[in-house]
Design a protein around this ligand. Structure first.
Ligand code: GLN
Length: 564
């Protein structure tokens, strides 16, 4: 085992009773309040499933795939970790059982364990611990969250590994936080502590005694329930933290602080830290609670509309855009396929002050999204297209502006006469699906004087990608005749062997826009991954500001019509 950096403290977060109670947000909020005390923090997600990464999982099952700068396709909790702290996540911050077993088994095949039996304990648990230590490099505190719920069979090796960590690095350097659910039973009119007791019993059976229990509840937890949980779970009352539902997740660091959680953690871990400075979070929560001015509505035309988890970072980035533009942003999810069944998008999109087409894969819904883009272009409604959204905006202009009939992406129709979107040269020979897309952060050069350059306030940017297809440069000159401009390009390694851009360089289109339209922007990258409440992304800030401008014009018109 690698040796531990001397001063790193480890906070392990587990979940009990049920899933989806905000364990990831709790872990992120713990890191936020520790960072607010001047400590250097980082986070890690230990995912017990056997996929090597979530990149190949359906967003219906797994929610959004979050992409890091270094090109890892990770759990969406890493998005929360970045949004709640100043950290930048990477490959080391998401460990899955798939990666752990893959590493151990490839060592076994190589003969590293010759003569020995390879076992869950110690080989798998050692590999998990090595990865925990690798993520803790150079920080004061690592908050490591174990995915799943106590009682899951597949989570056991991870729980065993974190149990051993206390033995390895000492009691004063480890803390176990258990996040549970305390349900309100309407017929009895009471909050019930029993599921928490059972969950903690399960943890203790495998050798982990929690130091802190965070109780997620719908209603305020009366002192007697706290006392009961304290007594039955063997945790002092100060260690039982009530975490009631709040309107915005960004209130949770404040709520945890109110409950004395940061003080409790610094006591238990024997850390000297400065007073908590949560002023940023207070400012954000205030702005969310008391928005000034009109509210804007953004229509998100996608195909996972029932599951907002699939567009987690996007939804957050729009909210951050509202923080920057100082307005409340309402999200209206429009099922793309509904737009295919109608000739008139009006009833679906008339109320929207902005139209957004997010990233996506596969044919379903694409024609509906193209209709939405046409609507936004023609009616001069602010439009933002992200990744697939940019590709479909190109297709829409090719068909409806440039007369390239049946133009399409070869992802959806490989027989199209005008393949305006085609597979990247670097992708042609790729057969394996996992982690083979163009992934992670790449630089782009922006055109001086363009909308996008104005938003960023600079000409060189770095943004995260996740795609296999790109704009076909051969057909680009025809497209540009229609009035669209390319305002961001990439000319690095991934462009090798590609057709040249109109300026003669091998490159990939990164940003397109339509001058003269109030706001029509498409990006091949995903700006939403880098937006944070404390630093809203310039593209989202600009998009929401454009939507707000339209809203104000519309409100004015409505008022003057009323007067008449
Ligand atoms: N399906 C498209 C591609 O692979 C777009 C991907 C995306 O939107 N992330 O290029």
């Amino acid at each position: 085992m690698t040796s531990r950096k001397r001063h790193t403290k480890f906070i392990f977060v587990t979940g009990g009773v049920v899933s989806s109670i905000g364990k990831g947000i709790s872990a992120a909020s713990i890191a936020a309040i520790m960072e607010a005390r001047g400590l250097k923090v980082t986070l890690q997600k230990l995912d017990p499933y056997l996929n090597v990464d979530p990149g190949t999982m359906n967003p219906f099952q797994h929610g959004e795939v979050f992409v890091t700068d270094d090109g890892a396709e990770t759990d969406l909790d890493l998005g929360h970790y970045e949004r709640f702290t100043t950290t930048t996540m990477g490959k080391v911050n998401n460990v899955t059982s798939g990666q752990v077993y893959e590493a151990v088994l490839s060592r076994e095949r190589r003969g590293d364990y010759l003569g020995g039996t390879v076992q869950v304990i110690p080989h798998i648990t050692d590999e998990i611990k090595t990865r925990i230590l690798a993520a803790a490099d150079g920080v004061d505190i690592l908050v490591a969250e174990v995915g799943g719920t106590i009682g899951d069979i597949e989570g056991l090796p991870h729980l065993e590994a974190i149990r051993q960590m206390r033995l390895d690095v000492g009691r004063e350097n480890t803390l176990y936080v258990h996040v549970t659910y305390v349900p309100y039973i309407r017929t009895a009119g009471e909050l019930k502590s029993k599921p928490t007791q059972h969950s903690v019993k399960g943890l203790r059976e495998i050798g982990i005694q929690p130091d802190i229990i965070i109780c997620r509840t719908e209603r305020a937890m009366p002192p007697e329930v706290k006392r009961k949980i304290s007594l039955f779970c063997n945790v002092p009352p100060e260690g039982v933290v009530s975490a009631m539902d709040v309107p915005s997740v960004y209130e949770i660091p404040l709520a945890f602080h109110e409950e004395g959680l940061d003080a409790r953690i610094t006591d238990l871990l024997n850390i000297w830290a400065r007073d908590t400075d949560l002023s940023d979070w207070k400012r954000i929560v205030n702005a969310l609670k008391k928005p000034t001015g009109p509210e804007v509505t953004i229509a998100i035309v996608g195909k996972y509309v029932d599951l907002q988890e699939s567009y987690k970072s996007l939804n957050e980035a729009l909210l951050h855009g509202g923080l920057s533009a100082k307005c409340k942003v309402n999200l209206n999810f429009v099922e793309a396929e509904d737009l295919e069944k109608t000739d008139d998008c009006g009833p679906f999109l008339n109320g929207a002050d902005g139209v957004l087409v997010p990233g996506g894969f596969g044919t379903r819904g694409t024609e509906g999204k193209i209709r939405a883009i046409q609507f936004a272009r023609e009616k001069k409604v602010p439009f933002l297209g992200i990744c697939l959204g940019l590709q479909l905006a190109i297709i829409e202009s090719a068909r409806n502006v440039c007369g390239l009939n049946k133009a399409n992406s070869t992802e959806f129709n490989d027989k199209t006469p005008y393949p305006v979107i085609d597979i990247m040269p670097a992708q042609r020979e790729v057969t394996e699906k996992g982690a083979t897309m163009r992934l992670g952060a790449f630089e782009a050069e922006l055109t001086e004087g363009s909308l996008v350059a104005g938003l960023y306030g600079r000409l060189n940017i770095s943004e995260r990608h996740r795609h296999r297809y790109e704009v076909d440069n051969k057909l680009l000159p025809r497209l540009l005749e229609g009035g669209m401009v390319v305002s961001g390009v990439y000319t690095g390694e991934w462009a090798n062997g590609n057709d040249t851009l109109p300026d003669g360089r091998e490159g990939l289109v990164e940003v397109i826009e339509i001058p003269g339209h109030p706001f029509f922007l498409g990006s091949q990258f995903h700006p939403e991954y880098k937006s944070r409440p404390r630093s809203p992304h310039p593209i989202f800030a600009g998009f929401v500001a454009a939507a707000l401008k339209l809203r104000k014009i519309r409100d004015k018109k409505r008022k003057s019509r009323k007067k008449k």
